[in-house]
Design a protein around this ligand. Sequence first.
Ligand SMILES: C[S@@+](CC[C@H](N)C(=O)[O-])C[C@H]1O[C@@H](n2cnc3c(N)ncnc32)[C@H](O)[C@@H]1O
Length: 277
Amino acid sequence: MNISDIIKGTRGLDIADRLCILSFALSMKKEDVLTKPEKTLDFKDMEFIGSLMEKRKNGMPIAYITKTKEFYSEEFYVDESVLIPRPETELLVEEAIKIIKGLPSPLRIIDVGTGSGIIGITIARHTGQRVICTDISLDALKVAYINSRRLGISENIGFVCTDLMGSIKNHVGYDVIVANLPYISLKEWDDISEEVKGYEPRCALLGGEDGLEVYRRLIDTLPGTLNNNGWFLCEVGGSQQARAIKDMLVQRGLDVSIKRDYSGTERIVKGQWINLS
Ligand SMILES: C[S@@+](CC[C@H](N)C(=O)[O-])C[C@H]1O[C@@H](n2cnc3c(N)ncnc32)[C@H](O)[C@@H]1O
């Protein structure tokens, strides 16, 4: 059998998935897979490709099969202990980078609920600042650590396994706190696809009754963790949550704005604490 037989002969998978799996299994670029249809495959290759195709047919997300996901033009390692990076999170990172570049250095920056580390690592790479990354899941932090090494940024990243900013909150203040925490509500959970529910970590997705339980607890800690003139930025699931988070931040004295994603959904809430003195 050759590459062409696999591409043409595999039923139940779209062409993009077949290409991703072949490229991963054979360690070839997708372009090379397409331009070398006559390449013959040995029994070991066939067996491995077959097992990956089966996983995909059973619903495993392609990113967990190939162990990679692109974010902000970089390849990140992912496995089932972390949320698969979503494109809308690039907007959160973009906003954070813009703000950080306009502030005097050095800054204290923290990414709360870092997962695969995409937010903290990308900020550190694009600003040269040191970033602390926290997560309640040690397995997630191990993935973030792998990514920091892969992208050559490990010296600029600190890792803390804690509930939100729990073990560090009374010691230091931060100039920028950025977070993409779980925000799916119990009601929304029923409508989430099996591909997400069945594979991605529940603790990366579910944010309690209204989806905002984790954010509510984080925002309660801001008086002890956010420096004067400091910024808080987070990602949410839509208008209702964005307005609710905005209210919570405004009540605490932050100057807040909301940014829509490319599909027009209110997605990023950012606030600056300007009246502490
Ligand atoms: C929605 S995922 C986002 C991961 C990553 N920030 C991203 O944007 O891809 C939320 C992350 O928050 C972590 N998390 C959930 N509850 C937490 C808590 N109480 N304290 C710290 N991290 C938490 C989860 O383990 C998960 O990695």
